[in-house]
Design a protein around this ligand. Sequence first.
Ligand code: ARG
Length: 486
Amino acid sequence: MMAKRKAFRSAAGAAKPAADSSRLDHASGKSWQARIGGGRDALAEQFVESLSFDQRLARHDVAGSIAHATMLAKMKLISKDELEQIKTGLNKILADIEAGTFRFDICQEDIHMAIEAALIANIGDAGKKLHTGRSRNDQVALDVRLWCLEAIDVLTAKIAELQRSLVSLAREQGSAPMPAYTHLQRAQPITIGHELLAYVEMLQRDKDRLADCRRRTAVSSLGGGAAAGSTLPLDRQYTASLLNLPAITDNSLDSVSDRDFVAELVFCLSLVGVHLSRWAEQWILYSSTEFNFIRIADEYTTGSSMMPQKRNPDMLELTRGKAAGILGSLVSLLTMLKGQPLAYNRDMQEDKRWLFSAYDTAEACLAMAARIVAHTQFNAEVISGRLDEGFLDATVMAEYLVRKGVPFRTAHHVVGRLVSLCETRKLQALRELPLDLMQQQCSVFGADVFEVLGAAKAIHAYQTHGAGGVRQLHLQLAKWDRLLPD
Ligand code: ARG
């Protein structure tokens, strides 16, 4: 235990022995802990560490540190030579981390300390200057911001990929009719493509929300220090510009305690999860024998260990199930934040668990969804074969009467009576009713009513923008071609 305590176990550290003056000041290996003393408790060390999950910030931490050091050199707080040593040292550490040869020790608590301690062990005094005018509080806030920005870009690309899969399916199989549902009861006929493109709209809003969240995330917190900023002349704007961040925070307390952007991103992901879950639920129903609207390729279904006939839509069910984890992350984050006094508190360390988990889940579900969509067939014939069930053309018939001058409420009533007549006479569709029976309910019915009846016909009759018809489908496809170039 003692030996482990003394040595900083890092491959980077082993490469170059630290100069005497740059040895970690403390047996615990924590250079900043001089005041507290040397007590250690393995349980406490494990409890407090985040190294096991915040290693994902290594690249962002190094980028932030290089920008900070570059600014320190510009402000003459460190020399050019020291800057070069810091840059080379940090890049070497990052290379080791990425190659998997860096030896992490949880006594370093987190990725920020692990990297700084390795730097000091490698380059000595210059390494000790890196933290000038900086605290882990503004450092971690920056690292998480940089991480979130990358995450937003990856997610945006994944969402677009899923949108493209849905659009191609809509283009290839989408002009055939299907029922639209309200209350899960047959409502009105639409094109298959219309339903597919409804998900594309949701996903577009998800991307818009991410873009909006990105704006508030791309702000540099470096310079906020521990809580109140620094008495050193730090050029915060310059550091931000080196990181391609267009803005800096204006209040140091807020800089180090703001995690709104994390909560916002996880909220955006929660809605992605909700949208994917709704889609999954819809397709789970559609793949059932009762609906038989779609056939998902075998690769995306699983068999049963007992029932040989089964093709279970497990990938879709897991999409629905995994979305719960994203929502859970959001609730955890908001709950973690709600009780905290200003400014930084260690509670915030937990944010990364939920952020990373929400991201991983959303990313995996988006990738899976795109794959499933690309390998699904709509059973257009089965759907069409049952299209006359459920009186899907009832609204069309009512609107026919409206066009003949009948007030809509009256038309609605008339068609309602005709539907119930069909039901008592065991007729499948309104068009099976004889004209004179219709005329008994409303004298304006003419033989031309048969031109509009039939669910399949309605999709050619819709007039309004955004309706479920064939014409509107083509307009929507053209829009997505413009908005989603390959
Ligand atoms: N690992 C910590 C976190 O993620 C870094 C900040 C620690 N700051 C402190 N004052 N102890 O939040």
